[in-house]
Write a protein that binds this ligand. Structure first.
Ligand code: PEP
Ligand code: MN
Length: 295
């Protein structure tokens, strides 16, 4: 006989929707991830220059983003590629937050860097390559900041939930799961976007789930379609790479949208996001109550 979901994910009981468990609402500055509002995180793959970051931050905020993304510490496929500006990048992110009011999500790759990154970020991103680094997860969890946990590129849903359970076990319930594409036999795209994984995570866990169409696609022309699929699958938000001049980006230029492309994607998504809003109206009262509870 087929196992039920709770049996299949029995190792990670605290991330599953239990009988009385409310949805997790992750408070970030003056808004919430996982509630009624669809949350867009946007920005460059890497923080490169003040000009690049500030122009992008202002643009994505005007187009409706809530959170600025940008890597100061970059895990790269090639060991010879640009590895990020480090502390200087974090300072630029903080400056962009000050100027725009956007919250900041940025990756932390090493447990020793957690205190420094936590001084500048509103959300700590755990990258795909680090998802199973349990000592990093422990340090990040103990910072008390919300954690954006990206699914490893060869991680199953159960593996992702195990990492989320580790963060919870270290006393941090503020976890946002992220589907960013997985490796399969298909090589036409950079990764295979697991839309069913998003639908499943929304059914079985109480955590917010966001979609990363950029790393899933690897190719900018595909990003708006995958974003739409992410919304339809039930994602609570998106994380998207945007760059003022993708052709000259220091990392992931091929999959980065330029400003006009980002605006077009946001316009295209609006009716889909509105549809999602309608189906969520029934839950609104319950969520408002839960929001009061997180204070
Ligand atoms: C990124 O967000 O730029 C990144 C490196 O993502 P991932 O860890 O999903 O590859
Ligand atoms: Mn990237």
């Amino acid at each position: 006989m087929r196992e039920s979901w709770p049996e299949r994910f029995a190792e990670t009981p605290d991330v599953l929707i239990g009988a009385r468990r409310e949805r997790t609402l992750v408070r970030v500055r003056d808004f919430v991830v996982g509630g009624d509002e669809f949350i867009v995180m946007a920005g460059p793959c890497s923080v490169e220059t003040e000009r690049q970051l500030l122009a992008t931050a202002h643009h994505v905020r005007r187009a409706g983003a809530r959170i600025l993304r940008g890597g100061a510490f970059k895990p790269r496929t090639s060991p010879y590629a640009f590895h990020g500006l480090g502390l200087e990048g974090l300072k630029l992110l903080a400056k962009a937050r000050e100027e725009t009011g956007l919250a900041v999500v940025t990756e932390v790759m090493s447990e020793c860097d957690v205190p420094m990154v936590a001084d500048y970020a509103d959300i700590l991103q755990i990258g795909s390559r680090s998802m199973e680094n349990y000592s990093l997860l422990e340090a990040a969890a103990r910072s008390g900041l919300p954690i954006l946990l990206k699914r490893g590129m060869v991680a199953t849903i159960a593996d992702l939930l195990r990492s989320a359970q580790v963060v919870l076990d270290y006393g941090n319930p503020n976890i946002i799961l992220c589907e960013r594409g997985i490796r399969t036999f298909e090589t036409a795209m950079r990764n295979t976007f697991d839309a069913a994984g998003i639908a499943l995570l929304k059914q079985i866990t109480h955590l917010p789930v966001i979609a990363d169409p950029s790393h899933a696609a690897g190719e900018r022309d595909l990003v708006p379609s995958l974003a739409r699929i992410g919304v339809a699958a039930g994602a609570d938000g998106l994380i998207v790479e945007v760059h003022p001049d993708p052709g000259n980006a220091w990392s992931d230029g091929e999959q980065s949208l330029d400003f006009a492309g980002f605006d077009a994607m946001m316009a295209d998504l609006a009716p889909w996001i509105a549809l999602r809003g309608e189906s969520w109206d029934q839950r609104q009262a319950a969520q408002a109550q839960a929001l009061e509870a997180v204070g």
